[in-house]
Design a protein around this ligand. Sequence first.
Ligand code: FAD
Ligand code: NA7
Length: 445
Amino acid sequence: MTKVAIIGSGPCGLSILRSFQQAEEKGQTIPELVCFEKQSDWGGLWNYSWRTGSDQYGDLVHNSMYRYLWSNGPKECLEFADYSFDQHFKQPIPSYPPREVLCDYILGRAKESDIKKYIQFNTAVTNIIFNNDQFVITSLNKKENSISKEHFDYLVVATGHFSVPYIPEYEGMNSFPGRILHSHDFRDAEEFRNKDVVVLGSSYSAEDIALQCYKYGAKSVTIGYRNHPMGFKWSVGMKEVHYLDKLEGNKATFKDGHTQNVDALILCSGYLHHFPFLEENLKLKTHNRLYPPKLYKGVVWQNNHKLFYLGMQDQFYTFNMFDCQAWYARDVIMGKIQVPNDAEIEKDISDWVAKEEALEDPIQMIDFQTEYTKDLHVASDYPKIDFELIRTHFKEWKHHKEENIMTYRNKSFSSPVTGTVAPLHHTLWAEAMDDSMTTFMKTQS
Ligand code: FAD
Ligand code: NA7
């Protein structure tokens, strides 16, 4: 029987397990599936852990999420086509749920699909080679400290790419008397109450961690961008300046000459696509971009069509895009989709990469990822979902953020699956200090 290995049981790993289970439900014979998961539970980044550094077995901690993390986009933009929010929660919920609520939603579908049986927890994949038309996978059972080797016909890499931090160095760091950390190790904004915080970066982590620190009482928040400022209308006590030049004791000097006292420096400098377990010619090498190279349809490894990567793109779209990718990979594995010849693959990849390289602003990027996801969607039987509505929602979301970065999470959107319009949350995001599911689900404050 054909054997498929899946690495990771985060949203992408769960998407592909669900896709196979759906085919089975429809009476199709599915291959043998083994999902390796190095953590003790499923959900990937959404499975919060207080730990930083390494775990009790000496393995690197995967988690990059933090307490008080609320969805950074409307939940309607990531809704599963085959499992709506209404179906899961049995009542309409606001558009920007906290992490615990989204995690509950992701796992709700997974539990209903009976896919846990495929997952080997506490099992880290440590080495993979391709030999005699098969993948030879070495894994470590961390609990038992035992090593196994197994052969598979197909391999799906779903290990995420927001876990291994990219950590730059600046002059003066060695003698800086405060705390320096990467966003990967940020857990609780309360730690920075009454502190002067400097955040470096200008993407989602910098934006949200700066807001968190402000919300939970930092004395000041200074954001140092490298290339382009985010340019939001920051609250009093927050500012955006150009790039850190050096630290001298507690004094930070920025490239624009600005100086600032700093107690804590948080590096929101992004993550590495890191696949140390893969042999060189199978390894995706890319920075965080909307169309990583060498992936046909953003999924199939150009030089070996038995290898698939899920969710390796920079992400506006998440869960429903992962689903479209998973359904596509499933159909290639099950022989329902034939990949074309090398020349056509090369042309298809080059066309997408050329389009990506010509993108000039976030609105064009939203259009690009919408077109990409729609292109995948029509190729499989992933259920109907209104991607045109999602496109519109993303543009409105972007507009809300520009209007007021402190209030965009108070807005409401409609579902691309059920049409339900989300109710407003009982408490404004800036005043909602408790992010528990129990408090969120209350209909009144
Ligand atoms: P992950 O969630 O990273 O899961 C990968 C899994 O692979 C993990 O369980 C890991 O343990 C496992 N794994 C890794 N290596 C191995 C190995 N060698 N062997 C075995 N198992 C392995 N998206 C949104 O839609 N909304 C948000 O609000 C949002 N907020 C975010 C906030 C932060 C701070 C970060 C970092 C990301 C956020 N994201 C958000 C994006 C996030 O990337 C996706 O939502 C999603 O988690 C990606 O799923 P994934 O399965 O690709 O990866
Ligand atoms: P991103 O989106 O990959 O962004 C990385 C940021 O790091 C980006 O703003 C970079 O600046 C910045 N960067 C990179 N190197 C440096 C140095 N040397 N100094 C300063 N800044 C640097 O990662 P995020 O962590 O923000 O977001 C990851 C996910 O988390 C995201 O998908 C969300 O869902 C949540 P640049 O723009 O290149 O100037």
